[in-house]
Ligand binder design. Structure first.
Ligand code: MG
Length: 253
């Protein structure tokens, strides 16, 4: 590597931070497939639409996640509680043993559907020609590393920051400050890209970072903030231009 090449990979390069779940990692598709499998096997769920199951399960994930991150629940217990909460909503009470059994089906189908959001790898490759790429995620470090490895994106990530590492979760400004410091850039030298308006977009704006909302459903902007919205990562060059356009300075569009 020539001295020039190595200077270009030093901290002078700007950083694009991505949320992971449902921004690069397609949790939603895998979760829906797993819930469909449960519905096929268990009559109590049969009258419920998949969207009802999905939002009930997401609610359980959210509640359990907070207790998990606070160290008040083990991952295995969190899974049992999620399954019991899901079935309770459909009028069936599960023993811990039965919940564990049904969770195994959920996990098997979920893992079989694990994938990145289409176009993610090409987008990251395109961005990394000019910038560094980081992950900024509210989750456990080991779990997020595992997901990145399994969906093939790990070699495309320069930096990983999780709520578990820092003790703060998005939208807390302190996790953004931590990430910027870890990357060695100012807020204006970074862009935050994510699907959660409350955590990723509000959080970034409050921390002084430009933001891009990954809006797969084409929903209206919840509030009039100066952010770009994008519905898909293909074509990669176009998505990269939208993201890079948020950097202040000569290359903004
Ligand atoms: Mg997300």
């Amino acid at each position: 590597m020539s001295p020039n090449a190595s200077s270009r990979t030093a901290n002078g390069r700007r950083v694009v931070f991505f949320d992971l779940d449902d921004t690069l990692y397609d949790h939603r598709t895998a979760s829906r497939a797993a819930l469909r499998a449960l519905r096929d096997d268990y009559p109590s769920l049969r009258r419920r639409p998949v969207e009802w199951l999905f939002s009930r399960y997401a609610q359980a994930l959210e509640t359990g996640h907070r207790r998990l991150m606070a160290g008040r629940l083990t991952p295995a217990n969190a899974r049992v509680l999620r399954m019991r909460f899901l079935f309770r909503g459909a009028g069936e009470e599960l023993s811990a043993r039965e919940a564990t059994h049904r969770m195994e089906l959920y996990r098997t189908v979920y893992q079989a559907h694990e994938r990145s959001i289409p176009g993610s790898a090409a987008l990251l490759r395109s961005l990394r020609r000019r910038h560094r790429v980081g992950i900024l995620s509210n989750n456990r470090t080991r779990e997020q590393r595992g997901k990145l490895a399994r969906i093939g994106l790990a070699p495309l990530i320069d930096l990983l920051v999780t709520s578990e590492m820092t003790g703060w979760a998005k939208p807390d400004r302190r996790i953004f400050t931590y990430a910027l410091r870890a990357a060695g850039v100012e807020a204006r030298g970074a862009v935050m890209v994510g699907d959660s308006w409350a955590a990723d977009i509000r959080g970034a704006i409050d921390a002084g970072m430009p933001a891009v909302w990954f809006n797969r459903d084409g929903a209206p902007l919840p509030e009039p903030l100066p952010v770009a919205a994008i519905a898909r990562w293909t074509p990669a060059a176009e998505a990269a231009r939208t993201i890079e356009g948020r950097f202040p300075g000569p290359n903004s569009s």
